[in-house]
Design a protein around this ligand. Sequence first.
Ligand SMILES: [Zn+2]
Length: 201
Amino acid sequence: MEHDPEALALFTEGYEKILAGIGKLGFDVHDDNFAETARRAAKGFHDLIHDQKQVSVEVEGLLAKTFPAKYTEMVISKHNTCFGVCPHHLLPVIYRVSLAYIPTNKVLGLSKLSRLARLIARGPRLQEDLTHELANILHAQLHSQGSAVYIEGLHMCMAARGVGAHEARLVTSGVRGVFLDDVRTREEFLKLVLAPSNVVL
Ligand SMILES: [Zn+2]
């Protein structure tokens, strides 16, 4: 996704100040290694925060390309690795996102589900909000019978504070439509998501 020049300039200014702060801690930030660091760091940070106008356009385009549904069975895309930042610390979060929906009359290509998760994740968002936003899109905007989202997030802000690695994983889930109304559908989704993946690949 394209970088916004104004946002990039502001991020670069910010990282220049961060480097000055690092200099106060006894590091030689005038060393060659840091020559382009502020701008590189700004670009890296921008990659974790997409322009929401560009995202809306892409999400709309993605949802517009559907196929007629031949079956109305659960469509599931498991363990998509996505990246974002938390709004409280602006530190990176690595998500493992599983998404499902039951079509009414149209289906998305499978790669579109993972694209959708990767697009929406890139921003300063609470994991809970990311979960609900994905569930809403797959239910309301896709006019499906229901949707379910299960996310595990590895939050750098929690991992870096010295808590054990698995305590730093936050789990959220959201369900809509038939997944909310029918406990068996919900259980089937969770069983598929939580099944050990060493069986197939
Ligand atoms: Zn945080």
